[in-house]
Design a binder for this molecule. Structure first.
Ligand code: HEC
Length: 119
């Protein structure tokens, strides 16, 4: 019985030592930073693809201007809630178009949660 206990403790120590992170600073890796989602990189291209022409004044759109950062950022949260509605719900966007994919919706969500960065 005692032997079994010792064997357990010994193997426990071995596993602990083998698995514990190396403290050598040269090999210590920083936790990779998740890239910030910005208007210029991710959101503007989606708006140009999915919210045209209605929200692009340069394309003759007469609805809320989402074409430039300064104008679009005030609608951040509103965009997120509208694109998550069901296409049959009132206020759904993109108006009279197919719902965005989950990945596309996540771009808007992350832009808002990252603090509505321009670039
Ligand atoms: C076919 C035209 C059309 C497209 C495409 C479209 N919208 Fe709209 N949008 C409208 C109309 C019409 C309204 C006003 C009606 C309303 O408030 O429900 C509106 C209103 C909005 C508003 C509210 C603006 C305000 O003045 O308060 C937001 C935010 C919005 N749209 C976001 C989007 C987003 C994001 C997309 C693309 C994913 C999109 N829309 C695509 C026609 C469109």
């Amino acid at each position: 019985m005692k032997k079994v206990l010792i064997a357990c403790i010994v193997s426990g120590v071995i596993i602990f030592v083998a698995c514990s992170p190396k403290s050598n600073p040269a090999t210590t890796q920083e936790t990779p930073k998740v890239k910030t989602t910005t208007y210029a990189d991710a959101v503007q291209p989606l708006i140009q693809a999915k919210c045209a022409p209605c929200h692009l004044p340069s394309k003759g759109g007469r609805k809320a201007d989402l074409e430039t950062y300064g104008a679009a950022k005030q609608y951040g949260a509103d965009m997120v809630s509208r694109i998550q509605l069901n296409p049959t719900d009132r206020g759904f966007m993109p108006f009279k178009n197919a719902k965005l994919s989950d990945d596309e919706i996540n771009v808007f969500k992350k832009w808002v949660s990252d603090g509505l960065q321009e670039k």
